[in-house]
Design a protein around this ligand. Structure first.
Ligand SMILES: [Zn+2]
Length: 84
């Protein structure tokens, strides 16, 4: 049994065949072809254009702040730095 921890701190446990440790293993195509290259479907493009801009700063709950802002990358009043 082996344990891995991802960048978010989530732990996964794996059953490992000890006979394969150190040997190259074929996990399939690690570079699958990307689907739907080219411009977005007009419906999805319009949805992205009409979506409101959000603050996006992490909240105390760890989720992105959903307060609306006027410019891309701007912070909402709760997350704006105090300048002196
Ligand atoms: Zn915010």
């Amino acid at each position: 049994m082996a344990e891995t921890i991802d960048g978010f701190g989530d732990r996964d446990f794996w059953i490992v065949r000890t006979a394969h440790i150190g040997q190259p293993v074929d996990h399939g195509n690690d570079q699958p072809a990307h689907e739907s290259l080219g411009p977005l479907n007009p419906e999805w493009f319009n949805r992205t254009q009409s979506a409101p801009l959000r603050c996006g700063r992490p909240t105390t709950a760890g989720k992105p702040c959903r307060a609306r802002v006027a410019e891309p990358g701007a912070a909402c009043p709760s997350h704006r730095e105090v300048r002196r």
